[in-house]
Design a binder for this molecule. Structure first.
Ligand SMILES: [Zn+2]
Length: 62
């Protein structure tokens, strides 16, 4: 089952965040190397991604 492809559809092709993204400072430079602050770059994308993943783990398929 290609779970990542489902997430890509949900979040418009957003990249999967790296393992450290969950604990990254919002004011730190983004992990993608854009030079922007994390909160102005991938923060929203990652939060959506991680939340969706968490919900999936909690509920499971119904
Ligand atoms: Zn970024």
């Amino acid at each position: 089952m290609a779970f990542s492809s489902i997430l890509k559809k949900l979040f418009g092709g957003g990249e999967a965040p790296p393992p450290g993204a969950k604990t990254m400072s919002r004011n730190a430079p983004c992990w993608c190397g854009s030079g922007k602050k994390y909160k102005h770059c991938h923060f929203e994308n990652d939060r959506g991604y991680l939340t969706a993943k968490q919900n999936e783990a909690c509920k499971g398929p119904t």
